[in-house]
Design a protein around this ligand. Structure first.
Ligand SMILES: NC(=O)c1ccc[n+]([C@@H]2O[C@H](COP(=O)([O-])OP(=O)(O)OC[C@H]3O[C@@H](n4cnc5c(N)ncnc54)[C@H](O)[C@@H]3O)[C@@H](O)[C@H]2O)c1
Length: 352
């Protein structure tokens, strides 16, 4: 399919969501790192979907990807949503809620990148809109729920008695969006906030951030690395080291300590090499190298679920709880443990 600029004649009319379609026409908002990765994966690796429309504030960036994939460039977000069967939001964090609300207004199934929003008020507005609609359309991009390592870890929890403590490590080579301590919590460590809640099937009761000496690339007044200490409602301790300027590579580890044993997800994702009197393995520079398979599985699950009129993976409710916990963590800096006040779960989110 050759690329077309927006014109009335080029605009495919929106299709009835209930009509049976074999190939979903996907629109992607934001064609930076992850938007480009999702677009290529949907185009080359995922069945049941095609990239129809792209939009980015940087039109040249969207056009380049559209040429590569034979897609079209939409003139704005509203018209991308109107012409697509389903939408992926891969724009910067602060825009997610506003664009998710537009997708809900147009009743388009949407895969929204994490976080649902950086602020609780924005995240709550998306949940409220979905509840008003009476129907779940938002799937949230907490792709670790699709990672074979985390899935195996969750499956193995039945073999170690009662989970008591979880140790997590999340290190980035560098801070991709600039380093602020609040950004580490609402953008990066929010992955651990979600995945531990999912692993343990438990909500959080308290959170506390502990700061210490920072690395040389940390701006004045910010902290890196930090420790995040959470307790769940059933009393499990969850500890997270978040280090966004670790420089040496991208690494994620998770060990669950139970009453009858421990289980750890870590270096097993890579091949171990022995050579030159040394033993080791390469580390990826970025998240894409570690979670490529999880992103692909997440996209396929979302496309399959959309064909069945369902959502997949994390919900807007999961997104709200993650944002709420991340913001409570920010509020705890320099203070003691912060109690997390859980809102009442709407019936819409009663089922997984
Ligand atoms: N799930 C994950 O593991 C994961 C990994 C990376 C990024 N993300 C999330 O994806 C989002 C994008 O991250 P990224 O690394 O691709 O960032 P990026 O900066 O590479 O890309 C963002 C793109 O959005 C575009 N943009 C800016 N304003 C826009 C607007 N009004 N409408 C549409 N597009 C606009 C920018 O021009 C840019 O191309 C972030 O929210 C980030 O948290 C998630």
């Amino acid at each position: 399919m050759g690329r077309t600029e927006w014109a009335a004649s080029a605009r495919p009319g929106p299709r009835c969501l209930n009509a049976r379609v074999d190939t979903l026409r996907i629109g992607i908002i934001g064609t930076g790192n992850i938007g480009t990765s999702h677009a290529r994966s949907l185009h080359h690796e995922v069945s049941g979907a095609q990239i129809a429309w792209l939009y980015d504030a940087d039109t040249a960036r969207a056009s380049q990807l559209a040429d590569e994939l034979g897609a079209n460039v939409a003139p704005d977000v509203a018209r991308l949503i109107a012409s697509s069967d389903a939408v992926v939001i891969a724009s910067p964090d602060a825009l997610h809620a506003e664009q998710a609300l537009m997708c809900l207004d147009a009743q388009r199934p949407t895969l929204c990148e994490k976080p649902l929003a950086p602020t609780v008020a924005q995240a709550q507005s998306v949940v409220d809109a979905e509840v008003d609609l009476g129907r779940r359309l938002i799937s949230l991009g907490f792709m670790r729920r699709f990672d074979p390592g985390y899935v195996a870890l969750k499956d193995s929890l039945t073999t170690i008695g009662d989970p008591l403590i979880v140790h997590n490590v999340h290190r980035n080579s560098y801070a991709p969006y600039g380093l602020t301590t609040s950004g580490t919590l609402t953008n990066s460590a929010i992955h651990e906030i979600d995945i531990n809640r999912w692993l343990l099937d438990d909500d959080y009761a308290t959170v506390q951030v502990v700061t210490g000496r920072s690395g040389p690339r940390t701006p004045e007044g910010e902290f890196d690395p930090i420790l995040i200490l959470l307790t769940t409602c059933r009393g499990v301790l969850v500890e997270v080291e978040a280090f966004v300027n670790a420089t040496y590579g991208y690494e994620v580890r998770c060990e669950v300590v139970g009453s009858e044993g421990t289980v750890e997800m870590g270096d097993g994702a890579y091949l171990t090499r022995r050579s030159e009197r040394a033993i080791g393995h390469d580390l990826p520079e970025l998240w894409l190298g570690r979670f490529e398979d999880a992103y692909r599985r997440q996209l396929q699950a979302w496309v399959d679920a959309t064909h069945r009129g369902r959502t997949s993976g994390a919900t807007a409710w999961d997104g709200l709880l993650a944002t709420l916990t991340a913001n409570a963590a920010v509020a705890s800096i320099g203070h003691g443990p912060h109690a997390i006040e859980l809102p009442i779960r709407p019936a819409l989110y009663a089922q997984p």
